[in-house]
Ligand binder design. Sequence first.
Ligand code: GLN
Length: 303
Amino acid sequence: MDLHALLDRIYRELLPSAGSGKVADYIPALAAVDPRRFGLAYAGVDGAYVGAGDCLEPFSIQSISKIFSLSLVLAREGEAIWARVGREPSGTAFNSLVQLEQERGIPRNPFINAGALVVTDRLHALSGAAREALRDFLRTESGNPGVDFDAGVAASEAEHGHRNAALAHFLAAYGNMECPVEQVLEQYFWQCSLRMSCADLARAGLFLARHGLRADGTRLFSASEAKRVNAVMLTCGTYDAAGEFAYRVGLPSKSGVGGGILAVLPNRGCLCVWSPGLDPKGNSVLGVEVLDRFTTATGWSVF
Ligand code: GLN
């Protein structure tokens, strides 16, 4: 498989559509991003690397951070987190409040905002500093010591974060929050503000393609746990579009409202795409299209 030629072809085919979709504007700092930015990068478990377009340009990873916070919690204390958060697709928007009340404060899964707040709460309780634990892990796994927060994005989200604040208070009201709500929200906003490129993210996700082995060859968690994170990504990683996404792409993936999507190809590698324009469900329009074309051309889906 000539991955260089394939990524280059997909990039050139889709470049005229760069700018499709709608850039997230509920976090005003994200609305300032040029909608025509477009990059993709593949990192293989064998050390292979191929990139195209703006693959080295850092962007706001937003909800892609939720894979890593979940993995760090599972690595530290195994399955205990599942008493506080479910593993079913939500079928509702990622920031919906209704389901959380109906289900008495147990979020459907760790990748909708309510579930991610529970995970960040636990990581903060376990580590004493959730956002730093996450940043340090991402620096090590990506091999880029320059990975850092974007204070402007974090502040912008905090200022407009009424929905997340409402979710966190709901969780606290149901006894599903260990740390003070304000602390958890702050950690969560900073976590989402991390800036990474497609190249950084593709490398940082490789422990999921390597069945739990980190970049330095040590084990983060068991092969079973890696498989389970991948399973939750497949069923819940692209919100209430996860069914359509599995149909078109067929890879465990996680999207973020910054326009990034990170996909895991177990045993092979990771592919990350960035294009800020989103579809109505909050997934990058071009990102989904790239992944669809990639798995169709290679046959490399999990099915
Ligand atoms: N920080 C964003 C939020 O909490 C993340 C959402 C996303 O990327 N889907 O609303």
